[in-house]
Design a protein around this ligand. Structure first.
Ligand code: CTP
Ligand code: MG
Length: 227
């Protein structure tokens, strides 16, 4: 039986956050941000290993106590210049079986819940290709000119916002990322092979913490989760 593993790229700087600490280590609801996603992934009984891909010169990860996660949590010091490179390097270092499923999840999405994870795995475990969590676009979409004036209104029909985890067979994903290197998510690399990953309905709560003002919303959602 193929196994399920998680891989968390965490080798970025968080330049849009503009904080001296890399975003994944910023304090959030009493823990470094990355601890929230790692905790959720490690607590899922279907997931065998949680790999976390760190920058080769990361000195912060080992300054926290991760012992509660035991052997399930495996740091890999092989992050790259881009997210895609970090994921690709992590996949090679993890030495997974080609048929194993890998769930790639951003360290910067701390509000992932067990319900999100269980739904994604249930929807995709028998799928040929794999897929991603995503939400249908809710707002009206405007195309602008270079003076921020509206050129036209775009249809939002059949438009989705991609989230993570993105779940694919380890062999397929590794191959896709070696061919297609300048992508901002895993699905794009798989799409470039001519395959059609499935969109699995998520919720806006699994948003990516990107700007300083996102911290407050994440904090509120995490506090509500622990109540
Ligand atoms: N990431 C990574 N390696 C990189 C760049 C990003 O592992 N070279 C990771 C980040 O640590 C994060 C995830 O990819 O967990 C999503 O990226 P993003 O939210 O864009 O984080 P950053 O790249 O750190 O932030 P920014 O783009 O604002 O610099
Ligand atoms: Mg980035």
């Amino acid at each position: 039986m193929p196994e399920f593993h998680a891989l968390v790229p965490a080798a970025g700087f968080g330049s849009r956050m503009g904080h001296e600490l890399p975003k994944q280590y910023m304090p959030l609801a009493g823990l470094p941000m990355i601890a929230h996603a790692l905790g959720t992934l490690c607590a899922n009984p279907d997931i065998s290993t949680v790999f976390v891909v760190l920058a080769p010169d990361d000195t912060l990860f080992h300054s926290y106590d991760w012992s509660r996660f035991g052997e399930k949590l495996q740091p890999l010091y092989c992050g790259g210049q881009t997210r895609a490179e970090s994921v690709s390097n992590g996949l090679l270092a993890s030495e997974l079986e080609p048929d194993d499923w890998v769930l790639v999840h951003d360290a910067a999405r701390p509000c992932l819940t067990q319900a999100h994870l269980n739904w994604l795995i249930a929807e995709l475990r028998d799928d040929e290709v794999g897929g991603i969590l995503a939400v249908p676009v809710a707002d009206t979409l405007k195309r602008s000119d270079d003076e921020n004036r509206i050129l036209r209104t775009e249809s939002r029909e059949q438009l989705w916002q991609a989230q993570t985890p993105q779940m694919f067979r380890a062999g397929l994903l590794s191959q896709a990322l070696q061919i297609c290197r300048n992508v901002t998510d895993e699905a794009s690399a798989v799409e470039a092979l001519g395959l059609r990953p499935k969109l699995v309905l998520s919720t806006p709560a699994n948003f990516k913490v990107t700007y300083p003002q996102d911290m407050l919303l994440a904090e509120l959602l995490l506090k509500q989760k622990s109540n």
